[in-house]
Design a protein around this ligand. Structure first.
Ligand code: GLN
Length: 313
């Protein structure tokens, strides 16, 4: 299980950049005002193999806030902390078929359709992070998410402040979770920590290294550090397949055939289990809040690199 020849991979990464660079469809997220200010033509691709090979194209120096791409990593850390069975019982692993910020998605708790890739489940996951105070939980997350990336990630203060000032919807979700005893820390503080985790800055290279760690049984391929146990990687990737692109997860799986996770800043992560991970950054989004260029690159590279999990050969 390896990526194809490195020269071919390098060419295909460069080719995808050129092929999709000119696309101008979609719109930056603007419900977080700071995200609307990000230049929409920024475009970057990184592919990292489980052997540590790194392939880059485009604006790879640019940092952007992780947003929902943080969700699988926080879920991974919660599985590691409380065990995957408890995490599954408390957070759920079924698709909601609903948008990322859906209130109904939270109501589906009662029918077992709930998961940590939508906001309600993600805020509940954040509430389960080790630590007795909000500060301890945040320190834990910043440190541990950084270990996935193999370098110290910093908070994008502008994006954090911007979302924190427009946060009543997520606060409402957290309070409803509280009413159902499905959040495990103070709801407003959990929402604030969640908002910070979403505002952690990464480059596409960071994201690809983080994803390659999930592809590599929890061992960061660059630092060689064990971040989480292999069993948790398996479960996180399963939940990404189920709900990583929210109500479009079925379309995504049909086209790309790999676990993926999108974020409203335009970041997108695609993981090829046992092989590596692809990360893209391109802010303009489709109606479901998924990066348009990111989806195209993932589909193209999944096909040309032969990564689709359902392809016979
Ligand atoms: N921080 C954003 C929110 O909670 C993340 C959403 C996303 O990336 N889809 O609304």
């Amino acid at each position: 299980l390896l990526l194809p020849d490195p020269v071919l991979v390098a060419n295909l990464v460069r080719d995808s950049y050129q092929r999709f660079q000119g696309i101008t469809d979609g719109k930056n997220a603007d419900y977080i005002p700071a995200l609307a200010q990000v230049p929409p033509d920024l475009f970057a691709i990184a592919l990292v193999g489980v052997n540590g090979a790194v392939h880059l194209a485009g604006d790879t120096q640019v940092e952007f806030s992780m947003q929902s791409v943080s969700k699988p990593f926080v879920f991974a850390l919660v599985c590691q902390a409380i065990g995957e069975q408890a995490a599954k019982e408390k957070l759920g692993v079924n698709n909601t078929g609903l948008p990322f910020n859906s209130v109904l998605a939270m109501e589906r708790l009662h029918t077992g359709a709930h998961n940590p890739m939508v906001n309600a489940g993600a805020i509940a996951a954040t509430s389960l992070v080790p630590g007795t105070t909000a500060e301890e939980k945040w320190q834990f997350l910043q440190t541990q998410i950084s270990r996935f990336a193999g370098r110290s990630l910093t908070l994008n203060e502008v994006v954090y402040a911007s979302e924190a000032a427009h946060n009543r919807h997520n606060q409402g979700l957290a309070k409803l979770l509280d009413a159902y005893d499905r959040i495990f820390f103070d709801p407003l503080q959990a929402t604030d920590i969640y908002t910070k985790q979403c505002a952690l800055n990464v480059t596409v290279r960071d994201l690809a290294v983080m994803g390659a760690t999930l592809a590599n049984g929890g061992v960061n391929p660059i630092t060689g550090e064990m971040i989480i146990d292999p069993i948790h990687c398996q479960h996180v990737l399963a939940v990404m397949v189920t709900a990583g692109l929210y109500e479009q997860s079925g379309d995504w799986l049909y086209e790309v055939g790999l676990p993926g996770k999108s974020g409203v800043s335009g970041g997108m992560l695609t993981v090829s289990p046992g092989r590596g991970a692809l990360a893209t950054f391109a802010p303009p989004l489709d109606a479901a809040g998924n990066s348009i260029k990111g989806q195209k690159v993932a589909q193209h590279l999944s096909t040309t690199l032969g990564l689709n999990l359902f392809a016979s050969r």
